[in-house]
Every structure is written in C-alpha cells, then in structure tokens.
Ligand binder design. Structure first.
Ligand code: UD1
Ligand code: UDP
Length: 371
C-alpha cells in the first residue's frame, strides 16, 4: 500500500509505483489521502499513477491537529479493510506520519522513502522535522537518499541492516519527465530568469512578506524577470500576492504541472526557493539555488557548491540574488551541475531491497518448516 497525499509525495512515489507495476510479485495499492486537492490532481494523471482509494480529507486552511485526526482514522480504516503486506510512506508530511501510524496500529510493517533527513531543530521546518523523526521510530525499512541521511539514522539507533542508501526518487522522476519532453517553460522573456517558489509554514506572514518585497526590488532592476508559480495555500497567497501584483517584470501563475515545471526549471537562470524537492532537482540541471530558509536538511547541495543557505531576511536575500546577477564569476562558480541526490535508480534499489527482505523471511520460514 503506497500512501501519498501532497504534491511532493506524488512526484517522489510515482517512480516507485511505476517500478512496482512492471515488477513481478508486486501489486501496488495507491491511497491518496487527499491532503492536497488541485495540486495533487494535476500530478497524478501525468505521472502515470492510478489511485485506488481517495480519502479527500483536505479542508480550506486545515489545522494540523484536525488533519491528523482525519488522516489517521481514514488511513487506518483502509489498512484494516485491505490488510496490505507493507505500507510505503514518503518524506515528512502529515500524510506520511499518519500513514506510518495507521499501519503500525495494525502491526503492518512500514517502509520509509527519503528517510534520515534532519535539521536538528524540531520547529524548523515545522512540522516536517517532527514528522520525519517520528516516522523513523515506526519504520522497518529506511530508504535514505544519501550517506549523510543514513548516518543520522545510525546515530538514532536504527540498526544498519534496516537502512539502505538509494538516492532520492525525485531524481528518477526528473529524468523520466525530461525524457518525455512534454513540458513547456513558463518564462516569456529575454531578461535573466528568476524562478521562485515559497510555501513553508514557518515563513508565512512577516518573513514571507519581506521576501516578496525583495522580489519586487529585484524585478525593479529591470534586467530580470521573476516567475512565481503560487502554492494554493491561502496563507501563502495572503503573504505574497499584495507585494507582487501589477509589476511588469513579475509573473505569478497557478502551480505548474510537473512537466512544465521541469521545463521551466531547465530554462531558468537562478532558483530562489524554500522547497525541499526543488532544492534536489535544481542541482541536477546546474541551476544555482538560493535556499530561503533558516535551516536545510539537504546540506549536500550547499557542500557541492550549487546551493546557498540564505535565510529569510529580506536584505540577505536581495544581496545574495544581486551577487549572482552582477558577478558572472560567482554565477559560473555556482552553476555547476552537481547531483548529490542520486543517479535516477533509487526506485529500483528500493524494490530490490523489499524483494531481498521478503526472501529472507521466506528462507527463515522454510528453514523453520524443514526443522
Ligand atoms: C504540505 C506539507 C509540507 C509540504 C507541502 C508541499 C504538512 C504538514 N505539510 O504543506 O511538508 O512541503 O505540503 O506543497 O504535511 N490547498 C489547496 N489546494 C491544494 C493544496 C493546498 O487549496 O491542492 C490549501 C488548503 O487551504 C490547505 C492549505 O493549502 O488547507 C495548506 O495545505 P497543507 O497540506 O495543510 O499544507 P502545505 O503548506 O501545503
Ligand atoms: N513543482 C511543480 N509545480 C510547481 C512547483 C513545484 O510541479 O509549480 C514540483 C517540483 O518540481 C518539486 C515539487 O513540486 O518536485 C516540490 O513540491 P513542494 O515545493 O510543494 O514541496 P516540498 O518539496 O517542499 O515538500
């Protein structure tokens, strides 16, 4: 049973579902929690993922506590009705935590894709750092995207034989979608292209308004175009829109479909983002990333030189972006294609490990019977 409910979960679990569909011995049952609505629906068809159950839990401005209640109840009912052999969850969303909890209540083992990411600060990102730590206590299989993530798990006492370094499945999907060649860049300009995404709960309000004002200042330069596909969250829209509307060099769009977003990323010059997935995708395409957050659980891109952790202070963001726009050497230094997040074969490794583990169980059972 594969549980997903938000845009990044669909993107990162789609290659796992596709791999299962073509591998003998797997029968994927995809559950859409419906934590997201429009932003998820626009993904699923394109990604080739068929959903068997849709819990449709999303409410406007949902509180974490209410969302958690609806998700645990709904997902647990599905686990009880379908009795899957294992439940796969991804990342650090409320859907992922509740999927792991709902399975554990029925003693169904849990596999965690993108395990071991940590910032060390329980409130940043919030509530994701809390969610992923809790999932780490519940899971039987921990599929870590990088060695660093695996080491976080060892340090927390997870047995090394339960951890497999796979790379991140987002890279599998990025290769797949770019190979399809179906996307169109949303940029319509000959100026320098700044691609921006912002949505984190901990930045909404004052910080996000400040960053929006900075985007306006950057657009005022006249030599660059800001493109911002806007997250559906009303709190995000209220923080960003008043500062961004009506500027000739700022384009605000609805969320882009994945193929178009990938093409837009490939066409841009600089990325400014607080997104986890975008931080992983941009380095693959050699796009400098300014991470607009206080912390990152993905320091590998910073170490590779293609990303900078800038924070959320409006002045710092302006300085960091101007440096890239004004200094070609600095730009070239960062615009190196580096991919610390995998080779595009993470899903295969995940499936191989699940098969190997199943065999170990079968062998143990066989040995017990022979005895
Ligand atoms: C969620 C995840 C976050 C992830 C992000 C990806 C949690 C707690 N947060 O944050 O980890 O990075 O998704 O985008 O799991 N909305 C719509 N339509 C949609 C989606 C959202 O209208 O398709 C609106 C609703 O009013 C909803 C609000 O956005 O209440 C917030 O959605 P929610 O899933 O609670 O949080 P995100 O900020 O999207
Ligand atoms: N993305 C997309 N359309 C957009 C913006 C982002 O398809 O308009 C994709 C992007 O390629 C990445 C994922 O959404 O794979 C990131 O999702 P998000 O930023 O919502 O969540 P996070 O990764 O921060 O959890």
């Amino acid at each position: 049973m594969v549980v997903l409910g938000t845009r990044p979960e669909a993107i990162k679990l789609a290659p796992v579902v596709r791999a299962m569909t073509r591998t003998a011995g797997f029968a994927p049952l995809v559950i859409n929690s419906g934590q997201h609505r429009e932003m998820l629906e626009q993904m699923l068809h394109l990604l080739g993922v068929g959903v068997q159950v849709d819990l449709a839990v999303m409410r406007d401005r949902q509180l974490l506590s209410e969302l958690t209640g609806r998700l645990v109840t709904g997902l647990n009912e599905v686990v009880r009705a379908r009795r899957p052999d294992l439940v796969i969850v991804q990342g650090d969303t409320t859907t992922a935590l509740c999927g792991a909890l709902a399975a554990s209540y029925e003693k169904v083992p849990v596999a965690h894709v993108e395990a071991g990411l940590r910032t060390g600060d329980p409130y940043n990102p919030f509530p994701e750092e809390i969610n992923r730590r809790l999932i780490g206590r519940l899971a039987r299989w921990h599929f870590a995207p990088t060695e660093r993530a695996a080491h976080h798990l060892y340090a927390e006492g997870v047995p090394p034989e339960r951890v497999v370094v796979t790379g991140n499945t987002v890279i599998d999907n990025l290769h797949w979608i770019l190979a399809g060649g179906e996307g169109t860049s949303a940029f319509r300009t000959t100026r320098r292209r700044l691609l921006v995404t912002l949505h984190r709960r901990e930045s909404q309000g004052t910080d996000m308004r400040g960053m929006a004002r900075t985007l306006r200042r950057l657009a005022d330069r006249g030599d660059c175009e800001v493109l911002l596909p806007l997250h559906k969250s009303p709190a995000v829209r209220e923080s960003l829109l008043p500062e961004l509307v009506g500027h000739p060099h700022i384009t605000v769009t609805e969320p882009l479909g994945y193929a178009d977003f990938a093409a837009t990323l490939a066409a841009c010059d600089v990325v400014l983002t607080d997104s986890g997935g975008v931080q992983e995708e941009a380095p693959t395409l050699g796009k400098p990333v300014l991470v607009l957050r206080a912390t990152t659980e993905r320091p590998e891109a910073v170490e590779a030189g293609v990303a900078r952790l800038v924070g959320t202070d409006a002045g710092e963001v302006f300085t960091a972006a101007s440096l890239l726009l004004d200094h070609p050497l600095e730009y070239r230094r960062m615009a190196s294609a580096a991919n610390p997040f995998g080779d595009g074969r993470a899903s295969e490794r995940i499936l191989m490990e699940l098969v190997r583990d199943r065999r170990r169980d079968d062998d143990a059972l066989l040995a017990a019977i022979m005895d």
